[in-house]
Design a protein around this ligand. Structure first.
Ligand SMILES: *Cc1c(COP(=O)(O)O)cnc(C)c1O
Length: 377
């Protein structure tokens, strides 16, 4: 027996260790600067400009969180009371909460059993005369089938909002995640691919007019030229200057971090795909439309696999244990007897493995070995 090795953590305790000095330096510099400008200043403008150029958008608007970005988009599109928005049945609460937040009704559509992203056929089936928008979300490691959603939105005359909160840097058919719909969003909460130590997000759009409305809504309906003139009823979703300066500096390393995430995800898939016959299924392979944010397998005996991994020094996590329409908060928006069989099945079988850029090769191999060891028993 060798000495007990530390667990491979799912949520690493040292996410920003390499940039601690940078953060402390910015805290001092911006904190002591005579202008005492802590939100929506030059650093936020610079971050927006860097992201706008990087993705070829008409506008990028930094705001308080990914959730808030979704709310700002729905508001800027004029979606509200009496409207329905079709959202995935599987995913995180903001997908539905941003819809109820603007006074509209979330309608849940089932997911594809393999990619786990919302199925365009199921979305189309849920469209009614009240449908104002459809909002696919990229989930875990795969982008939703955006070409089909673009076609669907055009044919059915509904708006297309892209929840690309987890997919910053992903590309499908040469088009970046976030730029498929009328607007997309990015989240900068710590675990996301361009995460930071705090809350933040951005709206990304090809429509400059929509960008202008989002800009106003982010700061209580003001236009950025005259204070205390409110054109719209807006929100406080302003962006922090220290975080903006931090993100401007960290942007240079984003591609390398994404490449490392991709390499780890590809290695997992290569090594674990043969386990399908033993009830452990890997996500779809390939880089096209891949967003290596979370690596999720579908395991027949999910809870036993999680316990086995834990005993073998590997932490895992269940995203998400319940489909959204089964959540007490959102059940009131569903009809009795309605079902989402693929989302329900996935919620019972999904297990996410550690995936972050500073995982060492040794840790990656331990994860693989522990999963393989499980199917041998
Ligand atoms: C993280 C996430 C959000 C919300 O972003 P926050 O910054 O946490 O508010 C929205 N949608 C999806 C799919 C997410 O994963």
């Amino acid at each position: 027996m060798t000495a007990a090795r530390p667990q491979v953590p799912f949520f690493p305790p040292d996410l920003f260790a390499a940039d601690r000095g940078l953060m402390l330096d910015l805290l001092q510099r911006i904190g002591r600067a005579p202008e005492q400008r802590f939100v929506l200043g030059e650093h936020t403008r610079r971050l927006e400009e860097l992201l706008r150029e990087r993705y070829g958008a008409a506008d990028v608007v930094a705001c308080g969180s990914g959730t808030s970005a979704l709310t700002l988009v729905l508001g800027a599109l004029g979606i509200g009371a009496g409207d329905e928005v079709v959202v995935p049945a599987l995913g995180c609460a903001p997908l539905a909460a941003c819809v109820t937040g603007v006074g509209a009704v979330p309608v849940f559509a089932d997911v594809d059993p393999h990619t786990l992203t919302v199925d365009p056929c199921q979305v189309e089936r849920r469209i009614t005369v009240r449908t104002a928008a459809v909002m696919p979300a990229h989930l875990f490691s795969a982008m939703a089938d955006m070409p089909r959603f673009v076609d669907l939105a055009r044919r059915r005359g509904v708006r297309l909002v892209e929840d690309s909160a987890v997919a910053q840097g992903a590309v499908l058919d040469g088009r970046p995640a976030g730029l498929w719909g009328e607007a997309g969003v990015y989240s900068f909460v710590q675990v996301k691919s361009f995460g930071m130590p705090g809350e933040g997000g951005a709206v990304v759009t090809r429509d400059a007019d929509l960008g202008r409305r989002v800009r106003m809504l982010r700061n209580h309906g003001q236009d950025g030229h005259r204070r205390f003139v409110h054109h719209l009823v807006g929100h406080n979703s302003r962006f922090d200057e220290i975080q903006a300066a931090f993100q401007c500096r960290r942007l240079a390393g984003l591609s390398a971090r994404l490449r490392r995430r991709t390499a780890i995800a590809e290695h997992y898939t290569e090594q674990l795909a043969p386990l399908a016959a033993y009830g452990v299924r890997t996500p779809p392979p390939g880089r096209e439309g891949g967003c290596p944010y979370v690596y999720t397998v579908l395991a027949e005996r999910r809870d036993r696999l999680a316990r086995h991994l834990r005993r073998h020094g590997v932490d895992s996590h269940v995203y998400y244990p319940l489909p959204l329409p089964h959540q007490p908060a959102f059940a009131p928006y569903t009809a009795p007897g309605d079902r989402w069989p693929h989302a329900e099945r996935a919620a019972r079988h999904m297990l996410s493995l550690p995936l972050y850029p500073h995982l060492t090769d040794g840790q990656v191999n331990r994860v693989v070995a522990a999963v393989k060891d499980f199917v041998r028993h």
